[in-house]
Design a protein around this ligand. Sequence first.
Ligand code: ZN
Length: 252
Amino acid sequence: MDDLDLAPRPLTLMAVHAHPDDETIGTGGTMARAVGASRRVVLVTCTRGEMGEIVMSELDTPENHRRLGELRAAELEAAMTELGVTEWDNLGYRDSDMMGRPGNLDPRCFWQADLDEAIGRLTWLVRRHRPEVITTYNDFGGYGHPDHIRTHQVAIGAFERAGDPGWYPTQLVEGGVAPWTPLKLYEQAVPRSVRLAMVERTEAMGQRSFWSAPENASPEEMVEYEAFLARALIPDDQITTRVDVNDFLEAK
Ligand SMILES: [Zn+2]
């Protein structure tokens, strides 16, 4: 045990996310609140988000798509400044695009990565940063995106393995870290009632939501949509913990 281990350390929150922007959308208020309470906050993003959509049409150019990973890294840095977070890491995987598209078959992408190897990368970060609490997504990745599903699997795996010296023993010898067992893991969620209210509000503003029913849908598409909602909406009574972020909405 060296001096570092004896020094008092702040309680640490580690938020594990799939792409740059997910951290702010999903847990930005929680992260800012933790910083405000003098907690240490570490963000881990699993991919660089190279396959994301560019929603502002004037920026939607081939050049910007080619350097989207860089652009999103810069956006993430700016977002961390707003939230007051000073530590972030990236697992280094390529964005997995969407199921059924060519990017999803790219051998460099997160979806194609060896799961034990990916869990090992996050395990090293857990052992290094020693968070008490980890946040991630549920086993549907919130809405079925392959990178979000994989993020859940990797976060659960690292949560379970980081404290076990039998897993990734070379990290303990050569990686300069010790086993560490976090206390809690949370899956972020938007309760069903809130999600439906958000969709309603968005549609009332004349815009479609990702969660809106498909337009001019065939009966088969409606069945598919209903099945998606049944899987993706989180019943309010399954929510175990609420974090009041009202004072941090401006930063978010
Ligand atoms: Zn994402």
